[in-house]
Design a protein around this ligand. Sequence first.
Ligand code: BG6
Length: 495
Amino acid sequence: TEPNSAIFIIFGGTGDLSRRKIFPALYNLFLENRLPEKLAIVGSGRSKLTDAKYRATLLDSVNEFSRRGKAKKEDWTTFASKITYQAANIKDVGEYKAFETRIKEYQDEWKEKPAIIYYCAVSPEFFCTIAENISSAKLENNEETTRIVIEKPFGSDLKSAQDLNHKLLTIFSEKQIYRIDHYLGKEVVQNIMAFRFANAIMEPLWNRNHIEHVQISVTEQIGVGSRGDYFEHAGILRDMIQNHLLQLLCIIAMEPPISFDADVVRDRKVEVLKAMRKILPGKIDAISARGQYGPGWVEGKKVPGYREEADVDPESNTETYAALKFYVDNWRWQGVPFYLRTGKRLFKTASLITIRFKEVPHNMFHSENENVPKQNRLVISIQPDMGILLQLESKIPGLEMRLNTVDMVFDYSGKTRSDAPEAYETLLLDIISGDQTLFMRADQVEAAWELIMPVLNSWENNKVRNFPNYPANSWGPENAEALIAQDGFHWFNLP
Ligand code: BG6
């Protein structure tokens, strides 16, 4: 049930996230006619800007970052007329009066109660301040129609996440809080649910009887760039594993929910996190590997090592690469290892989930020329190419019985990436219509923190002597290869 009217108040309205993601996504939803007819978007930031100037900078952002390319003039003019700017210091409760005035104006004009969405696209230290000031300034806060959107990172460890949840929940109820993990909005990630639960042939195979191991890999070519200050205090364990990669693991490992009801789906995910084997402080080296990139060459250009990036300590101990091995201790997954890896400045940008099935129980092929059936693999490619492929063994046409591996490919029937909605489009639409399925619930975030705390503590307290331990433009550190090789496997990459 989508509301007829909505007001977005975007704190951090001049920031990077607003420019790169939020406004291009809102604009694309507008082009698809998916936004409420009565819509007001109030962007807020510290600088003093006129509406006209603000709209002009947003147009530049949309032109640069929208998957649909440059905006057409008439479309943009109509969309931009819904946007206004409000300068405010978010720390100063006195300045929130201005938002109240805006909200009242729209309510009077529309003569109805719109959905009100407070969007915290700001740095995490301000999440609480904004919530508290909304409350102290007595801005509209109706349990049914008011929502607050919290970007990541949600806390920097278990304790801070619990504190933040606690504070938010004194002001808003859980069903008003939309904690973003943008990976959950990605097209292929949503398709995993369809793939698993709309096909009768998958479920019987989806367990320890048939699956040997699972790999979840998010590799990125980019370095930390201008985000050194944030990254130096976060590290990749907090930045990627605690949220995106563990959420992917949950979608692969969860039991079938009985419906798409937001809480039913999220209950099943939390059960996975709760079933994950606790990491013992003394055993961390056996199940993890960390790395930090050094300088290297990318397309003929020299790129700096992590320690040479802006706002990074020249002796930094922060990890830019992490690989971890997990187990899910339940009937379905007992004994099946889940390997997660992610890193910056790697050879290729790709997000892949690979599920390797067990060997055939008996090999009846002549094994000369290595004519042995390879184990089947299901590869879910989230980006940059979207697709799912099943690697099967097949006879090479010819007079002999020789095998090779062929791909059965589901390639989104020729759809290109620009046809698929961006994660933020899906998520923004869900926020407007009040669907929390793809958002992180309080217990979900906390369970993920709880799981990784032993690793986080150990990595923070134990300095690595050989950092940097992988060059830019490589596949990461050797210890990550060793982590998976000790079990007889290797990291899978698409050609
Ligand atoms: C963000 C991380 O959450 O996700 C970044 O903070 C990372 O470090 C980004 O680069 C990756 O997202 P995507 O959508 O580009 O895969």
